[in-house]
Design a protein around this ligand. Structure first.
Ligand code: SAJ
Length: 422
């Protein structure tokens, strides 16, 4: 086996589980991250992110001596780069983290090493990474100039795991392996086969890059269709949940579910990587992004109309007397991840503009983040259901689906997830 030491650069939601799984297969793994705090936590056998069961795997890997974290890259036989690729400005991909990760590993590269880019990347990023490495190490040869004879092998193998199910999907999902040459792909396959039980399918780097962007764009377009339907049905006085379940009885129709918008760090970002490269052609992909991004504002408008209706029906009340409860803050059900969550954006907008009390209900957290500035109160389901005039259902957490309080109260309910239909 050509891999004695494996290094993972970037110990976040993808890098840390990947490092831990290699270590669980008794490989020596060096995890590298610029965040000293994260490095210290991992070296204590703990984790700084939320992912089911990851704490146990990391703890075992560190205490058994297979996983070690550091801020400075060290020599290894394979390097997996799993750093963020956010966007900047007008939704332009920002490759700064890939650039600094490449430049940080360049000094420790040696003949025979494999470098894999796992970060979700715009088309051409792997070639760009190879160029940065070659520039930093003129003494080594790279696939873009030396093909199959290169000293360093390079591939793009995008991660495709679902947050909340990362450890299972890392092992079971198929992998798309986009080597810069066939030998690069073969070496990458032998690395992933250490733990991947799914199939490893070979393509080139550009197709692998586009494949990952396509998967998330496909989901984004699907969700946008559902969200657009929900807004159309609202105008036409049709129950969108019933409509979708009826349409889905057609053998070739499979419509996704509407919601308050698309959250998370992937689906709301990756389609822009296609749009920014091919703005003229990517019309549907861009529109889907715009539809999904407009949904939180649509929900907020519905809440405002509900407040106005209550005040119209009871002239003695003022806005101060109207209590609104937002159910759910996470970006999707049954997780505690509040980042890039449309539910958070909606709740904050309501608490910043509404004169009365605003409750937040989120069974997966113990306190509201500081950014809420104490303008909303975190309460339990029963309190929120019994004391509110308007209930905005934003996340279909399992606790809400079984909450009878929601069905039995007199509040006006704005159900963005179809919880009451289930
Ligand atoms: N959502 C809806 N309606 C639906 C499905 C999802 O409104 O019918 C919303 C969710 O509530 C959430 C957002 O979309 O706000 C994204 O959630 P998700 O579960 O669709 O996806 P992520 O962001 O957790 O993970 C995705 C996955 N990609 C695909 O399913 C194609 C995952 O496999 C990728 O690895 C991940 O992005 C990534 O890292 O790119």
């Amino acid at each position: 086996m050509p891999f004695t030491i494996i290094s993972v650069i970037g110990l976040g939601y993808i890098g840390l589980p990947t490092a831990a799984v290699f270590a669980s297969r008794k490989k020596q793994v060096i995890g590298v991250d610029v965040n000293q705090n994260a490095v210290d936590i991992i070296n204590r056998g703990q984790i700084h992110i939320v992912e089911p069961d990851l704490d146990m795997v990391v703890h075992a890997a560190v205490t058994e001596g297979y996983l070690r974290a550091t801020t400075q890259p060290e020599p290894a036989d394979a390097f997996l780069i799993a750093v963020p690729t956010p966007f900047k400005g007008e939704h332009e991909p920002d490759l700064a983290y890939i650039e600094s990760a490449s430049k940080s590993i360049a000094p420790v590269l040696k003949k025979g090493d494999l470098v894999i880019l796992e970060s979700t990347s715009p088309v051409g990023a792997t070639e760009q990474m190879a160029a940065w490495l070659a520039e930093a190490r003129p003494d080594l040869s790279f696939p873009q100039t030396h093909g199959e004879d290169s000293d360093i092998r390079i591939a793009h193998c995008p991660e495709r795991v679902l947050p909340g199910h990362v450890l299972r999907e890392l092992v079971q999902n198929d992998r798309v392996i986009g080597g810069m040459t066939p030998k690069c792909s073969q070496l990458a396959i032998s690395l992933y086969k250490i733990f991947v039980q799914g199939e490893c399918i070979v393509t080139n780097a550009r197709t692998a890059e586009m494949c990952k962007l396509t998967e998330n764009s496909s989901r984004d377009v699907g969700i946008a269709f559902a969200n657009e339907l929900s807004m159309i049905c609202d105008k036409l006085d049709i129950n969108v949940w019933e409509l979708i379940s009826l349409a889905n009885r057609h053998p070739r129709v499979n419509i996704l579910q509407p919601g308050p918008g698309v959250g998370g760090h992937c689906i709301a970002v990756d389609p822009w990587f296609i749009v920014s490269k091919t703005p003229e052609e990517a019309r549907l992909i861009r529109t889907a992004r715009e539809v999904n991004d407009s949904k939180p504002e649509w929900v907020i408008e519905k809440v405002k109309r509900a407040v106005a209706e209550i005040l119209r029906n009871d002239q003695k009340r003022t806005e101060k007397d109207v209590t609104i409860a937002c159910f759910g803050l996470a970006f999707k059900p049954d997780i505690d991840d509040l980042r890039e969550s449309p539910a958070v954006a909606i709740t904050k907008k309501i608490m910043n503009t509404h004169a009365g009390t605003v409750y937040a209900v989120e069974p997966n957290i113990k306190e509201l983040p500081k950014s809420f500035n104490n303008k909303a109160d975190l309460v339990d389901i029963t309190t929120a259901a019994s004391e509110s005039d308007i209930i905005v259902l934003l996340v279909d957490h399992k606790e809400f689906k079984i909450a009878k309080e929601l069905l039995n109260n007199k509040a006006l309910i704005i159900d963005t997830r179809g919880i009451l239909e289930q």
